[in-house]
Design a protein. Structure first.
Length: 100
């Protein structure tokens, strides 16, 4: 006999900030759209991640090939420290450069 999947429960939609979209919020959005708005008041947002320097622009991305043992060591360290692998590698490179 074939298994039947239960339909997924419909979740209430939310904004990017996590605000639930529902009654009052939808009415406010509809009212704003009907009244019109000044596009000059819109804030331009750049796509992608913010710069690591904190300023405008982008951070350079660097691809590096490493052996499996080195990768696994970095991955284990990152997991142990509850950090991202890229943060661990970035810190190691900075420490190396400071020491030279």
């Amino acid at each position: 006999m074939a298994a039947v999947k239960k339909p997924a429960r419909a979740r209430q939609p939310v904004t990017r900030a996590g605000t639930p979209l529902g009654g009052e919020h939808e009415e406010a959005l509809a009212r704003e759209a009907e009244e019109g708005f000044d596009p000059a008041g819109l804030v331009r947002r750049r796509a992608g991640r913010p710069s690591l320097s904190g300023g405008p622009g982008h951070s350079t991305r660097l691809g590096v090939r490493i052996d499996d043992d080195t990768y696994q060591s970095i991955r284990r360290l990152a997991e142990h420290q509850h950090r991202k692998i890229s943060d661990v590698v970035r810190e190691a490179i900075n420490r190396y450069l400071e020491a030279s």
